[in-house]
Design a protein around this ligand. Structure first.
Ligand code: SF4
Ligand SMILES: [Zn+2]
Length: 320
């Protein structure tokens, strides 16, 4: 199949190739869960993640599948606090909470500004509140929300990749300078930040995927983020599946995630996490998968390296 011309990689092409979205209830998060995460202070904290049912993001990134669990219209005022209240009741005792809304928390079409006060009051039992935002939507609204919180605010920003050509093709409508400026703004106002970094976005080989993920970690820490999460890119949103068919995208390998995480930890510049959600998708060996998952989880929590898992599926290990 022929390569996709860059002029097609726009919002309408991306949207036209989507499968159906799921039905979500504007008064209930579409998911919530508790995970253990190492905090900035070095303790392992019970961290609740609330996947808020919210209006679809205003951007249309090529690799994004978060729109699958969104509404087409803005949710009513008061709906987001109701969702958070319900989720917190399912997760008593959490110390950190991630309010992930499949877009930008500070997009006024997503989270009504009038709800900030109620949200802040609901999460007052947590030490840290993490929200996500596109770099172009980092502005004084962050300060408004921070001032209402008793908890510390952290903002997660998708840097995705510092490969300039690939970042442009992702249709994220941002460049590396936008990211750096957003992090600088947050740092100037004593707000922590984390970067989401993609492992092997489309148009890159496996080796290039590793190389550019490492360079993206370098840049994120130089810009001043507190921590980074490395996310292996997956198909499933329509556009990515077409790029897979045309040979312009392949899922990264588990060993690449291990290599990039090891590199990030060795920088000693801040916490680095590997996203282990649905990790089996990137494994091609059932013999070592569980061991490798445990190793990555251990490194995420301890931020210290462990010897690699040995298995005959890994080249150069000479095992039978
Ligand atoms: S900005 Fe984030 S949520 Fe919005 S489309 Fe891009 S990746 Fe998805
Ligand atoms: Zn194996």
């Amino acid at each position: 199949m022929s390569k996709t011309e860059e002029r097609f990689l726009n919002s309408s092409w991306i949207v036209s190739n989507r499968p159906e979205r799921n039905q979500v209830d504007p008064y209930k998060p579409y998911a919530c869960l508790v995970e253990q995460e190492r905090s900035a202070s070095g303790d392992i904290k019970d961290t609740g993640i609330i996947f808020l049912s919210n209006k679809e993001c205003s951007f249309r990134c090529l690799m994004c599948d978060l729109w699958k669990n969104t509404t087409e219209e803005s949710v009513p005022e008061g709906a987001i606090p109701k969702q958070i209240k319900w989720a917190l009741e399912q997760m008593p005792g959490i110390k950190q909470v991630k309010l992930y809304n499949s877009g930008s928390f500070f997009d006024e079409k997503a989270i009504p500004v009038k709800d900030y006060k109620d949200i802040a009051s609901l999460v007052s039992g947590c030490e840290t509140v993490v929200v996500e935002a596109h770099p172009k939507l980092i502005n004084n609204r962050c300060l408004e929300f921070r001032d209402l919180l008793s908890a510390e605010l952290e903002v997660a920003i998708g840097l995705e990749t510092v490969h300039p050509g690939v970042l442009r093709k992702l249709n994220k409508q941002m460049d590396v300078d936008d990211f750096t400026q957003a992090v600088t703004f947050l740092n100037q106002h004593q707000i922590r930040s984390r970067a989401f970094i993609l492992l092997r976005p489309p148009f890159l080989s496996e080796e290039e995927g590793i190389h550019w993920a490492k360079k993206s970690l370098d840049l994120a820490f130089e810009a001043g983020v507190d921590c980074c999460t490395v996310i292996p890119v997956r198909p499933g949103n329509g556009a990515m599946d077409l790029l897979m068919k045309s040979g312009e995208f392949e899922k990264p390998e588990l060993s690449s995630l291990e290599e990039v995480l090891d590199y990030g930890i060795s920088l000693g510049a801040g916490r680095v996490f590997a996203d282990t959600w649905d990790l089996e998708l990137f494994s091609n060996c059932s013999n070592c998968f569980q061991d490798r998952l445990h190793r990555l989880t251990f490194i995420n929590q301890s931020q210290s390296l462990l010897p690699k898992v040995m298995c005959s599926c890994i080249p150069d290990q000479g095992m039978t």
